[in-house]
Design a protein around this ligand. Structure first.
Ligand SMILES: NC(=O)c1ccc[n+]([C@@H]2O[C@H](COP(=O)([O-])OP(=O)(O)OC[C@H]3O[C@@H](n4cnc5c(N)ncnc54)[C@H](OP(=O)(O)O)[C@@H]3O)[C@@H](O)[C@H]2O)c1
Length: 490
């Protein structure tokens, strides 16, 4: 098998793909018979390309002496997609097939999505998918920028690759704690039994980033937080939280259940959406520019860098349970977590007898990143002669239990592609369904009056987002570091 990476001079290849392939090489999942064919527009010699990868910086354990065999696996070819020479490229791939005695290929498109169709056309016109061996193609997000463009791209790709050969990456699905949601829900009676509207009061899903848009102004201006994060990562996490038990753990049974979730989402009401854009200010002691002064950003930009919304799942299991989702850039802390808040039953008898001084509803916290783990907040009796309630937290730390060397998301995903398992990749209908849901939200947000910028860097987002959840008598649950040992927000 070989992997052919288009866009190999880009950031993704250097920071994620090559380090992930190196890890797979170290774990002996790939070896000398697995050429890593890097395709880029720049004219570079192999040595220049290897220097450009900055292996020592991105793979701290890399040792040029011991790991020279890994370098031997890497090839670099120049192909400008605007004037690609098919004959030359086909010949190069053909000679690698002979040399490594393999015709199986993975095409990885680590490129701007505007080039996806062009690369697919190149693969087709070079005849790289015909003949012996199988071909798989991998797409990075975004798959389209709305329903129409996603359908168009999917149609285009499906003329060359069957759905079973298409791997659409949502790297959140490669994260251990996202995959853990199914294990947690479906293999533990304690959680399985309460996972419905009889016991659950509400659910919060938070993705909070401290970084701004970095050097992606051009991309972000056309995208914004809703398309960049909600359409993919947040809806994927939501699907795992909400889905019914699949018939089996096969990729299609799991994806069949996830798509049912997307189809059962009620349209979001305008008053249940808050958007924001960051101003200038301080993050981690550093002065940062407002979004509107970032490079390649319109000084009057109305693009949102923050979004929060309340939504409902319209099925028997979840009817009436609000889901509060939020994501934003330049916020106080970097973390992604889910909080499933159960109904507060502590008042049943304790209130009446006046022994309930401090209490909490049960909260199940799934920390997806960076401090992976699962915590359960519950009430216990405070020591002493009186029966006084006292909230406590039971905390499972993933790294303490399984060690720090768990594979990173891209390593997991590449491994799945190599073995041909599509479970952690989004199927065509999932992508299209998520755009069908998101398109009207984007339209509605476009019509909303906005007085941007409306939140300070280093904060937890605009005040309106606190009001959104506060209206229902609830509050956003802060990350572990900002909660007391009893699980309350500080
Ligand atoms: N970076 C991340 O962490 C990340 C995370 C999630 C998803 N993604 C997605 O992954 C993809 C790649 O992202 P990236 O950050 O690596 O992008 P990038 O740093 O901008 O790199 C883009 C690559 O595309 C190549 N390219 C552009 N126009 C070309 C043309 N006409 N012909 C041939 N090659 C061309 C560039 O070659 P030159 O260097 O020669 O210009 C470069 O190798 C995007 O779809 C992005 O949305 C990235």
């Amino acid at each position: 098998m070989m992997i052919i990476i288009f866009g190999s001079t880009g950031d993704l290849t250097k920071r994620k793909l090559i380090p992930a392939l190196f890890s797979l090489y170290q774990r002996k999942i790939i070896g000398a018979d697995f050429p890593i064919v890097c395709v880029g527009r720049k004219r570079l010699s192999k040595n220049d390309f290897i220097d450009h990868l900055e292996l020592k910086k991105f793979i701290p354990e890399y040792d040029p002496k011991d790991d020279s065999r890994f370098i031997d696996m890497i090839y670099y070819y120049t192909v400008d997609l605007d004037c690609a020479d098919c004959t030359g490229f086909k010949k190069q791939i053909g000679s690698l097939e002979k040399k490594h005695k393999t015709s199986d290929k993975i095409f990885y498109l680590a490129l701007p999505s505007t080039l996806f169709k062009k690369v697919v056309d190149l693969i087709k016109s070079c005849g790289l998918t015909v003949g012996k061996g199988y071909s798989r193609v991998v797409f990075e997000k975004p798959i389209g920028h709305d329903l129409r463009s996603a359908v168009e791209l999917n149609d285009h790709v499906s003329c060359v690759f069957p759905e079973k050969s298409i791997y659409r990456i949502d790297h959140y699905l490669g994260k251990e704690l996202v995959q853990n949601i199914m294990a947690l829900r479906f293999s533990n009676a304690i959680f399985n039994e309460v996972w419905n509207n009889k016991f659950i009061d509400h659910v919060q899903i938070t993705n909070s980033e401290t970084v701004g848009i970095e050097d992606r102004g051009d991309y972000y201006e056309k995208t914004g937080a809703i398309k960049d994060m909600f359409q993919n990562h947040l809806l994927q996490i939501l699907s795992f939280i909400v889905m019914c038990p699949p018939k089996s753990i096969s990729a299609d049974d799991i994806r069949d259940e996830k798509i049912k979730v997307l189809r059962s989402l009620d349209p979001v009401r305008a008053e249940d959406i808050v958007v924001g854009q960051y101003d200038s200010g301080f993050v981690k002691g550093r002065n940062v520019l407002p979004y509107r002064s970032e490079s390649e950003v319109d000084p009057k930009s109305k693009t949102e860098t923050y979004a929060a919304m309340k939504l409902f799942v319209n099925n028997g299991r979840w009817k009436g349970v609000p889901f509060y989702l939020r994501t934003g850039k330049r916020l106080a802390m970097r973390y992604t977590e889910v909080n499933v808040v159960l109904k507060d039953v502590s008042c049943n008898m304790f209130c009446k007898s006046g022994v309930k001084e401090d209490h909490t509803p049960n909260i199940m916290t799934i920390r997806i990143q960076p401090d992976e783990g699962i915590a359960l907040t519950f009430n216990a009796k405070h020591p002493g002669s009186k029966l006084i309630l006292h909230p406590v937290v039971m905390d499972f730390c993933h790294a303490c239990h399984f060690g720090f060397n768990v594979p990173q998301a891209y390593e997991v995903l590449l491994h799945q592609i190599i073995i041909g398992d599509q479970t952690l990749f989004t199927r065509r209908d999932e992508i299209e369904e998520s755009w069908r849901y998101i398109d009207p939200i984007v339209k509605m947000v476009g019509k909303k009056k906005r007085s941007f910028p409306n939140y300070e860097p280093g904060s937890f987002g605009p005040k309106e987002a606190d009001k959104l959840i506060g209206r229902d008598g609830r509050e956003w649950i802060l990350p572990k570091e900002l909660r007391t040992e009893h699980g309350h927000n500080i």
